[in-house]
Design a protein around this ligand. Sequence first.
Ligand SMILES: [Zn+2]
Length: 483
Amino acid sequence: MKLFTASVATETNTFSPIPTAIENFHESFYARPGEHPDEPKLCTAPLWVARRRAREEGWQLIEGSCSFAEPSGTVSRAAYEQLRDEVLDQLRAAMPVDGVLLGLHGAMVAFGYDDCEGDLIGRVREIVGPEVPIGVEHDPHCHLTEQRVAASDILICFKEFPHTDTVERAEEVVDLTLRAICGEIRPVSSIFDCRMIASFPTTREPMRSFVDRIKTLEGRDGVLSISIAHGFPYADVPDVGARILVITDDRKAQGDALAAELGRELFAMRGRTAPPYLAPDEAIEAALGIDGRVIMADPTDNPGGGAPGDSTHVLRRLIESRVERAAFGPMWDPIAVRFCFAAGEGSRLRLRFGGKTAPTSGQPIDAEVAVTRLVRGATQTFAGGSVPLGDAAAIDLGGIQAALISNRTQALGTDLFTGLGIDLAAMRLICVKSTNHFHAAFAPLAKEVLYVDGGGPIPRDPSQVSYTRIKRPIWPLDESPFD
Ligand SMILES: [Zn+2]
């Protein structure tokens, strides 16, 4: 038995001012056959799991190329076609195969392609024919189009947000694909369009209980898998929005009914799934009133959602409020990092940083800073893997210590700070740019977590996103989309 695996992944914010080129994939993660390290890299968990299963069970795994770019603007047509065709050529060379495993983020948009994953899976299907099972793992922040569901046999989204279960879900993708190859199951997909745009962190209610209950429905009564596709709101494509996907063992009508029931249940939670977002001054005041360490997260400038990560609104208010014992990061500014390296560790200089990339990035900060630590090729840890920060600098603004990085990414691991010598144990306030991935590593340090609307480029309110092509009706743009 022989399976083929590969990964092409990014999350495209079509409103982002930062286009995505082939270099962005090389900068974040790119591994040709034989080069993939022995750890899962966010969207490559199917490869990593299949490697182990192949070794244990004595079948052959052909590894294709794997690539991931930090979320940013629309992918260049040449970059997408190059990465796609590289994988398709590798698959052709590996034929005949008994199954295909793909690690795809699920929200990649390229110039000329609204649905990159639908295009890619469709072309894989053309090569392998109708009988060979195709298993796909997705980030829940995806556009779950009918085209991609129809072209694949097993499609499973991570259930947790923060995405701490990429490996667990990959185990299911690999397991169900192997069972389909053996003819033990006949997977059939049912999809329900919830007609809503929302954020669904699973670290809070009502989502926590919803996800836990969904897990108890799997693996019995012919239900093989249930995915909640949260949707990715920052793309001007028709299929934005939440969906429920139920995969049954050849029980289409039952799957359709269950998907609709769960989808209506999710819709009934609208307006209650996301945390409250405070204005920066409100959040600072609340934080200072809490006896204990507070984490303050700004999702509106989250590079993980395609934002630049150089907005200065929140930091400026922290400086003006003369906050003490605070850490702030990450701030993406490769030029400022370069200046810090030029000045050297232990130096003091007038530094201009942040506020460069988007109209919503705010004005740059001008401050006298001390360069406290410089690290070449710094990394942070997330979900068992390491995420590159590029060259990075810790600067002391007097009361506030900030982490400047040159590789765009959100706050994921506490080593974002501690790796730069910033002692989080000494802080009473830790401010991060992230929507909810920070929560896994940072929340255990805090008495309380506050979410702040920092006025950055990815607004929390969908009515502030300038959609032109989204399928209507959809909540909250339309009050009652099911009427
Ligand atoms: Zn995601």
